[in-house]
Design a protein. Sequence first.
Length: 577
Amino acid sequence: MLSWDQVERTIARSRSATAARSSLANPAARLLREFERHHRLAVIGVPGDAPDVAARLLGYVIEPAYRRACTLMIAADLDEDAFLARATAPDPGWGHPWVAERLAHRLARYHDATWITVPPPCPRWRRWLAVLSPRGDGAPASGSRLDPQQAAAVRAGDGVVQVIAPAGSGKTTVLVARVGELLRRGTPAGEILCTTFNRDARVEIAARLARAGIVGVEVRSFHGLGHRILREEGRLRPTIGELDEAAWARLLARSPANTSGETDLDVAAAREVITDYKLAVMITPDEALAAAATDGQRWRARLYGAYERHLARIRRHDFDDLVAVAVGLLRSDRDVRRRWQDRFSRVLVDEYQDIEPAQARLVGLLAAPQDSLFCVGDEDQCIYAWRRAAVQRVIELDQVYPGLQRYPLIRNYRCGRRITTASRRLIRHNRQRFRKPLRAGARHRGRIVVHRVRDRREGGALAARLLHGSPPEAGVVLARTSSLLAEVAAEARATAADQPALATVHAAKGREWDHVVIHGADAGRFPHARAAVDDAGLEDERRLFYVALTRARERLDIICTRGRESRFVDEAGLRTW
């Protein structure tokens, strides 16, 4: 028996957790253990009129008890109908009664009896069997080639499952195996949705599923998923694409005068303003204007309105609309929302650390009300903050879904052992992350060489020379900026060396090579002086360097200017190399 006051104290501790985590454990673990230890629980003294009580009751009591097949009694000072009626207001940020719909779904499936009877004692073996076979799933399969951590993630129970997957840890292998596990548990293939950030990742997942003999599963990028929703609901405009520079220039010229005293926006900045309204704040032009508090904000909101009217006039969606309009439709139209929620009973998300607010909202809408959500990602590889990705979205997912199960993968099978060790030493300097083991899973040692050169010209020539004769798929030069890559290219035409494969670190995410050369590992360049202006910016840059290190399978060369070495070289334990 638990009092609501006890539950509230646990909730308060859980809500105080920040993104600087000392443990992978769910902040609500103390409460969740009660549902694992006891087959029958009662929560008493639930106040029906307290703020947000429905959300807290669902997340911290009903959901974890349901997933663990517990018998649950709730004593509240309101009956069920009155309780649900108070929870029907749209939830902030969701635009519809997200909590109420999920709560009603649980109660419809979980509410078995009106009269309370005392059940006979439950044998211990039966309690363990209930835990191993959570509601909504059949028995897990036995036998696999997965390592213990991968197997635990694949065989997790139903509900929200978060897999923390460091570089080279086999995240796609786990996602594909999870799909196979869901099929074995009886989920029809057509009810499984796999989503990911971009087209290349979608193609890879689809190919891996096909090689595993799995057909009929829906695999979509977020934009592709939004496109399908709008098309099938008859809301897709005839044309999709961005306005060209000339059209933007005309739109800016015709927009209301900017009287805020701020510098007028160029085309690139104007596009970013509109994208933020659509994908970050997720509001309409009218809502933006109503919320504007300064002349500058009002001018931007009016520009947004003019832009949207222009798109409507020419019957065009921009690429942001594929997600933003789909989210708006699902939020505002209950019938559409239920139709798409009924279509997918299981939702899996790859590269969760890369998604932005509107994409996270799209996933949450489709996974509701049953909340069978499987998220794979790594907070240490969150490198697209400028594109509205946020490391907190990964770490604090347990604040959205308090009963989630978290499974870390711990072995890097891609990189040689020395490279894994260096990357582990580097990334542990970040505070906004989970403290987790990062172990070498590869048998080969790997090689790291740090080169100290006199100037950037010598560094560019060395980078080109190190990869001379290597095919593009075997080796690459990575750098923080395109201008640094241009130096390498120039020294390769100048020295008659082969032109090496070149990529910024941002563009290299998700790829790997036998041999990686990092050019320009200097203070002010990597970390970039303009980015590392505070602790958060420095941690972003450190994650970027971590991604650069972990692109290498066999050999890693790091080029820096003597006396100006990046602090990251030292943090990775490579100062004396």
